[in-house]
Design a protein around this ligand. Structure first.
Ligand SMILES: [Zn+2]
Length: 424
């Protein structure tokens, strides 16, 4: 006869030995990638398009086959629900997105959703009963490509955006998001927000080169970095490129060049975490033999530390003010968007799971926005990063390996089981 402590040790062993099926996960990723497959091996499955409907249909079928019920909320977000023994407990949740960029890859977002499906399948086939329910969500329009802004479904869900305002958003052809969701059959009638959630996890490819560079399998995402966006307008004076001496010029583009250099220098002064980019510029009149009279451009500053980012903001604005004086041009800086850094306060669960499974891992921060960044507003949240080849994403050649996907999904399974408590 075994003692109860032997029994609980055996139960813990059994629990620790559960693994997801890596081949099945990979097959599902490849099957989903056929919907909207592009010639170069990527995926184009824009939000609320007919291809989005096909992707959602497949998700719903797979979840129902694994014994779940799927509901659709009033913004088209999907929730696959696997009952717990105690349905009054808050659900342990995971999710991501199925929409892609116009020239997107096979894994961005999809890996997180299908990892959730694979967790459901693993629980189903081993008949594992959890105390808390398990949920897998698909968030509408994470990419912000066909409709803006990005992370729209999760943003509406947590109350960052107004539901009706977002349903009224239109694509370039003037088509309204609410109508498009209705047309594909995914404008549901359950309320947006307010589900009983106890934790939210999102597995995602890193979309950067750090894990590969450090030869680590799992990124424990501690922070989502803060972002500051600016529109800068510099006004000088157009005049003839041949007959205006250098000391009598007010060259808006030469001043803009100083700002571009400063954005790079500012990021380099705050290494390793800071980044700074000027990615868009319009030069007026953009003529070979006229000194540019006005230039408009974007500035993007990012840092995971709110204080450092605030200092970068101040340094940047001071620089522009000083430059306007020395170069005798007018510089208008419009700091129109600030995304506060996000702390993922459930990330220890990811680290524990990676450790238990024997996967190499490191702390990392998220360079891009994710649905989890908004979910962190309302529920303890964590992200699991896995490597992607050469750090390339938002690109049809985006790539990862079955082994990397399998590891990320196993971490997701064990992090979620740790929270949901398996019935012994
Ligand atoms: Zn994504």
């Amino acid at each position: 006869m075994s003692s109860s402590s032997d029994r609980s040790a055996a139960d813990t062993d059994r629990l620790n030995n559960y693994r997801i099926n890596g081949d099945r996960l990979w097959d599902s990723l490849m099957q989903m990638a056929e919907i909207g497959a592009t010639e170069k091996g990527g995926c184009k499955r824009l939000a609320a398009s007919d291809l989005d409907r096909q992707g959602r249909d497949l998700f719903v079928k797979w979840c129902e086959d694994a014994g779940c019920t799927v509901t659709v909320d009033g913004f088209g977000n999907l929730f696959a629900h696997r009952p717990g023994l105690d349905e009054s407990l808050p659900a342990i949740c995971t999710g991501s997105h199925l929409d892609t960029q116009p020239t997107g890859g096979k894994f961005d977002g999809v890996f997180g959703v299908l990892s959730g499906v694979e967790v459901l399948r693993t629980l189903h086939e081993h008949n594992i009963q959890t105390q808390a329910p398990i949920e897998v969500s698909v968030w509408t329009n994470e990419e912000g490509s066909r409709f803006q802004p990005a992370m729209q479904g999760s943003g509406v869900y947590v109350g960052r955006f107004d539901l009706d305002e977002e349903l009224d958003k239109r694509d370039v052809d003037g088509k309204r998001l609410g109508d498009e969701l209705e047309k594909i059959g995914y404008l549901g009638d359950t309320p947006v927000g307010g589900r009983n959630m106890g934790a939210f996890y999102e597995a995602h490819i890193e979309q950067g080169p750090i894990l590969e560079d450090e030869d680590k399998l799992i990124g424990v995402v501690r922070l989502g970095q803060g972002i500051r966006w600016y529109d800068v307008a510099i006004t000088g004076r157009e005049s003839h490129a041949g007959s205006t001496p250098m000391h009598l010029r007010a060259d808006a583009l030469a001043a803009a060049a100083d700002v571009v250099q400063e954005v790079e220098a500012l990021a380099l002064r705050n290494t390793p975490a800071a980044v700074g980019t000027v990615g868009f510029m319009q030069v007026y009149p953009n003529s070979r033999n006229t000194i540019p009279g006005s230039v408009r451009f974007s500035v993007d500053l990012r840092n995971p530390d709110a204080q450092v980012l605030a200092q970068m903001d101040k340094d940047f604005q001071d620089f522009c003010e000083g430059l306007a004086n020395t170069r005798d041009v007018d510089i208008q800086v419009d700091p129109f968007w600030y995304f506060e850094p996000v702390k993922f306060d459930n990330s220890d669960a990811v680290e524990r799971a990676a450790q238990k499974l024997g996967y190499s891992h490191m702390d990392i921060y998220a360079g891009a926005g994710h649905d989890a960044c908004y979910m962190a507003d309302i529920v303890p949240t964590a992200m699991i990063f896995t490597p992607c080849k050469d750090g390339i994403s938002h690109n049809e050649i985006e790539s990862t390996t079955p082994e990397q996907c399998e590891a990320g999904c196993n971490v997701l399974l064990h992090a979620m089981l740790g929270d949901a408590k398996v019935a012994q």
